[in-house]
Design a protein around this ligand. Structure first.
Ligand SMILES: C[S@@+](CC[C@H](N)C(=O)[O-])C[C@H]1O[C@@H](n2cnc3c(N)ncnc32)[C@H](O)[C@@H]1O
Length: 433
């Protein structure tokens, strides 16, 4: 009988075998180890009984408003006979269910053209998706592809690549159900913030080592590409700072941008721009979430807590632009949802309400999605398109609250309400710097 190792035991074993572990590898094992990782083990991370809420946990109106936006994008593409939505990291599939249900009810022509693919790396969540989306899967409207062998570890496992470790036939391109030339909308809600990051400080790049059989932090020289990333899209760390380098997110963005023949990428996440980092904000955003409380210490409960870092929107936007996509001004979730919803006074939210008390409850849920005190300004929306007339993209309702001229990826400005300050010294492991 083989004994299953805990996440901590796996980390320690790998350090013994391969040497000091880059922080991104630690994060990858904690979150995505196929048997014991936080997301792989079970599907109980979300909602009141779990560790955190996402927008789809609040109310179906989130998916319904996005369904309206997807229908507009399909029209802007001149109503192709087939279109695919590829959702990255769909979790339990609530968003996909809300979108598909609403399209079925309200946007019949779009629904008839639509195939909805869900790319989810967690085995437990893929099982949950089968439940949530049973009707749409049976109807052939949705697809949950099996995990490809190296999907979760698609780009690198954080350790410097050795020649003999580069997997043969590494998958390239996105996990699509329809032919690659079919118009595509890639949607990612809180996907990029869940990807492993490297951490750089003035002493180098953060690694974990073993000393007397205990984990400890150690700092080794960073790769040239990591320093280059910070020069271009972020800031170099100052004394006491720990700055994230989201290389995996950047490679995902590049690959997505290369794989959209004609269509749109829509990313909704909490994040920052380079200008904001230069102004002294978001200089270290890694957080752990457990039972709805946040901690800056990623070592408290490996495999038992979510680990997340804000996304660098300047870097993602630039990756899209470099692949020839047109990138719109960064919007707040509030601006985006208000733009979509105001045209029919948020009828999508209130349609099922029978009595005033229900309306009042839904109004509060909607308020949570759009107001600064809720999720309205902590979350931002990045929209990039390829192969669509820019005027038609500019006419999307979600963009109706955006300002005049298009900003370059290097000059985004945002009104920011949430300032994340991670106090130095709150990471619990002993460090050698
Ligand atoms: C924070 S959750 C967000 C879930 C969902 N989008 C929502 O908003 O409720 C991040 C999701 O991304 C998935 N994920 C992370 N890395 C992935 C990868 N490489 N491929 C597919 N899914 C991934 C996780 O398993 C998890 O379901």
């Amino acid at each position: 009988m083989s004994l299953q190792l805990s996440v901590r035991e796996q980390i320690e074993q790998e350090i013994r075998q391969r040497g000091p572990m880059p922080f991104s590898r630690y994060m990858q094992i904690c979150l995505y180890d196929p048997s014991s990782g936080y997301y792989s083990r079970n599907a109980e991370q979300f909602g009141k009984a779990g560790d955190f809420y996402t927008s789809s946990d609040v109310h179906a109106v989130y998916g319904r408003l996005l369904a309206r936006q997807f229908d507009e994008i399909w029209r802007a593409l001149d109503r192709p006979v087939e279109i695919e939505i590829l959702e990255l990291g769909p979790g339990r599939g609530l968003f996909a269910r809300d979108v598909l249900d609403w399209c079925d009810k309200k946007f019949h022509d779009f629904f008839a053209a639509l195939t909805y693919t869900l790319e989810e790396s967690s085995p437990a969540l893929r099982t949950k998706l089968q439940e949530t989306l049973r009707a749409h899967l049976d109807a052939g409207r949705a697809a949950v592809p099996e995990e490809r062998p190296s999907l979760a570890h698609r780009f690198s496992d954080g350790y410097p690549a050795k020649h003999d470790q580069i997997p043969e036939g590494r998958p390239t391109g996105l996990c699509r159900t329809l032919q690659p030339e079919t118009p595509l909308i890639v949607f990612a809600n809180e996907f990029f913030d869940a990807l492993p990051v490297e951490i750089l400080g003035t002493a180098g790049k953060l690694h974990l080592a073993l000393e007397d059989n205990r984990l400890r932090e150690t700092w080794l020289p960073p790769l040239a590409e990591e320093l280059d990333f910070l020069d271009r899209y972020g800031v170099q760390p100052e004394e006491g700072e720990r700055i994230e380098v989201p290389m995996a997110a950047q490679r995902w963005a590049q690959q997505i941008a290369q794989s959209i023949p004609c269509g749109v990428l829509l990313i909704i996440d909490y994040g920052y721009t380079r200008n904001e980092q230069l102004a002294g904000r978001y200089r270290g955003t890694l957080m752990a979430y457990r039972h709805h409380s946040a901690s800056p210490d990623p070592y408290q409960a490996p495999g038992e807590q979510d680990l997340t870092a804000h996304v660098n929107f300047t870097a993602l936007a630039t990756a899209c632009e470099q692949e020839g996509m047109q990138v719109e001004n960064l919007l707040t979730q509030s601006q985006f949802l208000m733009g979509i919803g105001e045209r029919n006074q948020f009828a999508d939210a209130f349609e099922d309400c029978q009595i005033p008390q229900e309306r009042a409850k839904v109004a509060l849920q909607l308020k949570h999605l759009v107001t600064p005190a809720g999720m309205g300004e902590n979350f931002q929306v990045l929209i990039a398109s390829h192969g669509i007339d820019p005027k038609r993209i500019a006419g999307l309702s979600g963009l109706s609250f955006t300002g005049g001229s298009r900003l370059s990826a290097f000059s985004y400005q945002l009104s920011v309400k949430a300032i994340v300050v991670v106090p130095v010294g709150t990471w619990s492991l002993k460090t050698d710097s």
